[in-house]
Design a binder for this molecule. Structure first.
Ligand SMILES: Nc1ncnc2c1ncn2[C@@H]1O[C@H](COP(=O)(O)OP(=O)(O)OP(=O)(O)O)[C@@H](O)[C@H]1O
Ligand SMILES: [Mg+2]
Length: 462
């Protein structure tokens, strides 16, 4: 295999040929051109990896050719050659995108090193492009046709260019992070960093150093000074996810950054100024955390300048068919499967499912279907079976109801029933007490008392 295809454009035939021979000996393939026209023809029509371009050609200027190349999308490296090299031409060539400049007479060593490095650069650049495409490919389009989603998209457009603080609420998997990124990308800060901090995933004693950084020796284990996320996000956006999990201590510090746009590193003695837009998200009911004294009221009002609520999927059924279509196509493509449209009755199954894990659950299920079920077996019965399986836990709850109804004394039976019913309702509202109370027609405080009396607690789900 050749190490790469090199185009040599020079009107002095003996130079062209001898460069070509040297390169061929080293395992490269070469293409030769003796004037501007031939060079141009080769550059646009031959698959080459690197071009050596003489500046002075009988029928044109090598820099001109370079300029033309810059306007088209080219993915090879250009090295200029000249016998009358001046610094200025070299600088101009570099500005036009040339990788390097070789002065005649060309030294053999310099030639080989330049060609080798130039080719390596091309490989790196191509890898970068591929990586970027990979990231793009893994990103999902924003799908949503329900009025609520259309509203949300409009709101993103309006709010993004401002610096307004945004608080995004919504159940797990509704798309909070996706909305946060969209706001950043449509803002004037799009070219600056978007830094995500998952407050729930960081132990309390580490979160301050994570957010604000620390100086060397600030605590045991701080062997080196480290910048925090607020510093890293300077000029851009910081996304504080699961904000409700922050301790009151940390909340006080975050409040100060919001008020003064400055802070100190842990163990630091001077203030650091930053210009950061703050976007936060939570899946809990912050007002009730405020009421319970677990979340600072002043911080809540500061963060909640522009509230974004993303409704759960079960409240916007119109979005299910387009999402299902989108993800079937996406994963079929990714796993190289053919995919036929779902029948209407199959789609009904998707619409009827309660989706407690929202879009993330839907996406994962469809990926599983594409991986596990051969295309020709993907039919209604198969899908129905799959949905029944994923609803198993609630069936077990039904047998619990039987047990309550068919045994025990009146009083126990009634409170057991109460417990089961309230637990179920809370669960279906993702443990949002306010919402559940509203549904049940109870005062929130009354529901809290009931929960306490019946020993109902939100389970810890990791
Ligand atoms: N409107 C949408 N259209 C298409 N895909 C979406 C949409 N909203 C969310 N998704 C996809 O669903 C998944 C979950 O979204 P995301 O991580 O933004 O949710 P989240 O609310 O932050 O979840 P969690 O509370 O679990 O952190 C992601 O893979 C995302 O790409
Ligand atoms: Mg998230």
């Amino acid at each position: 295999m050749s190490k790469g295809k090199i185009l040599i454009v020079d009107d002095e035939k003996n130079i062209t040929k001898s460069i070509s021979n040297i390169l061929k000996r080293e395992g490269y393939e070469t293409v030769l051109a003796y004037n501007y026209e031939e060079g141009k023809e080769a550059v646009f029509n031959k698959p080459i990896d690197l071009a050596l371009l003489d500046i002075l050609l009988p029928d044109g200027d090598g820099l001109e050719l370079l300029k033309e190349l810059a306007e088209k999308k080219r993915n090879f490296t250009v090295v200029m050659m000249s016998g009358h090299g001046t610094i200025e031409t070299a600088v101009e060539a570099t500005k036009l995108g040339a990788y390097d400049f070789l002065e005649k007479p060309i030294s053999l060593d310099k030639l080989l090193i330049t060609v080798e490095n130039g080719l390596r650069l091309k490989v790196l650049e191509n890898e970068n492009v591929k990586l970027r495409e990979e990231v793009e490919k893994n990103r999902d389009d924003f799908i949503g046709e329900s009025p609520a989603m259309k509203d949300l998209m409009r709101k993103i457009e309006t709010v993004a260019p401002t610096n307004g603080k945004v608080l995004i609420t919504g159940e797990n998997g509704t798309g909070k992070e996706m909305v946060a990124r969209a706001i950043h990308e449509k803002s004037k800060r799009a070219d600056a960093p978007f830094i995500k901090v998952n407050c729930a995933a960081i132990p309390n004693e580490l979160i301050e150093s994570e957010l604000f950084g620390h100086e060397k020796g600030a605590f045991t284990g701080a062997h080196q000074a480290k910048a925090g996320k607020f510093e890293l996000a300077n000029g851009g956006t910081i996304f504080l996810d699961e904000i409700a999990d922050m301790s009151l201590d940390t909340q006080a510090k975050v409040l100060r950054v919001l008020q003064e746009q400055e802070f100190e590193r842990v163990g630091g003695t001077y203030s650091i100024q930053v210009d950061v837009r703050v976007i936060t998200a939570t899946n809990t009911d912050l007002p009730s955390r405020v009421e319970d004294g677990k979340f600072r009221e002043d911080l809540f009002y500061r963060l909640n300048v522009i509230p974004f609520h993303i409704p759960p999927l079960r409240e916007r059924l119109e979005d299910i068919p387009p999402l299902v279509k989108y993800y079937f196509e996406k994963f079929a493509n990714e796993y190289d499967r053919a995919f036929k449209e779902l029948s209407e009755s199959a789609m009904e199954l998707f619409i009827a499912h309660p989706w407690p894990g929202n879009i993330r659950e839907l996406k994962n299920l469809i990926e599983r279907i594409i991986i596990m079920i051969p295309e020709d077996q993907l039919n209604f019965d198969m899908l129905e079976e799959l949905f029944v399986q994923s609803r198993m836990p609630s069936r077990r709850d039904d047998s619990g109801l039987d047990k309550i109804l068919l045994s025990g004394q009146y009083r126990d039976s009634v409170s057991n029933f109460e417990r089961l019913m309230i637990e179920r309702r809370l669960k279906s509202n993702s443990w949002n007490v306010t919402q559940t109370a509203k549904e049940l027609g109870l005062e929130r405080s009354h529901l809290y008392k009931k929960m306490k009396g019946l020993g109902i607690q939100k389970p810890d789900i990791g």
